[in-house]
Design a protein around this ligand. Sequence first.
Ligand SMILES: Cc1cc2nc3c(=O)[nH]c(=O)nc-3n(C[C@H](O)[C@H](O)[C@H](O)COP(=O)(O)OP(=O)(O)OC[C@H]3O[C@@H](n4cnc5c(N)ncnc54)[C@H](O)[C@@H]3O)c2cc1C
Length: 194
Amino acid sequence: MLPPPQLRNMSTLGSNIAQRNRCWYFHSADHDCFRKGGDRCFARNSETGENENHAIIDNGSCVSLHASSIATALMAFNASVVSINGEGEKKKVTMDDFFVPPSKDIAMENNLQTKEIILPAPTKNTKSAYIKQVARESYDWSLGDLAVVFEVSGNTCRTASIVLGAAAPVPYRSMEIHPTNSSANSFALETPMG
Ligand SMILES: Cc1cc2nc3c(=O)[nH]c(=O)nc-3n(C[C@H](O)[C@H](O)[C@H](O)COP(=O)(O)OP(=O)(O)OC[C@H]3O[C@@H](n4cnc5c(N)ncnc54)[C@H](O)[C@@H]3O)c2cc1C
């Protein structure tokens, strides 16, 4: 379900969320794709594009997938990232703002060094779940993963935060639920859970 033990022991949360996408064209020196300043997306080509394990959502100009599994869960819990930019300035951004989608910047570089990840403490009414589909039973990247965080009150779900991983170039927050308050990251539901 996860990276091999050596990586689990040695890597950091900062490097996990900053890991590069796994698009084979992006990694190939022979393919000058949009994201490397080129003029096309090789994966998107309907005749020759090998686009298994590529984005199915928000896949306008770049169809690479964001590879971090834990980013899916951290975003669902409305975590924030404290980073330092090239000028040494420290700033705190939500996970939603931390990841740069190709529609904003095709190179998708944020040039920030992660110093801390802040996870708000769940309340006693918080319910959460994370599921991940992989091709192999041993360590592997995800084919698709999903994190949900609900605030419940009795039998009623009051807010829900739902994030899809390995679906888009950055972790993808599902906006299918209608927002009913000013918080961009939580959405009220009146769905009985019983
Ligand atoms: C077989 C296999 C299976 C894997 N499966 C999964 C999986 O299921 N889920 C998953 O999430 N990952 C998976 N991984 C990826 C693995 O977890 C990452 O490689 C790891 O988290 C990153 O650690 P690293 O030591 O390789 O990082 P590095 O190579 O050291 O860093 C990765 C990138 O992050 C940058 N970086 C490092 N630290 C910071 C920082 N503090 N701030 C900003 N940028 C930084 C580096 O410059 C580099 O560009 C898998 C890897 C392998 C080999």
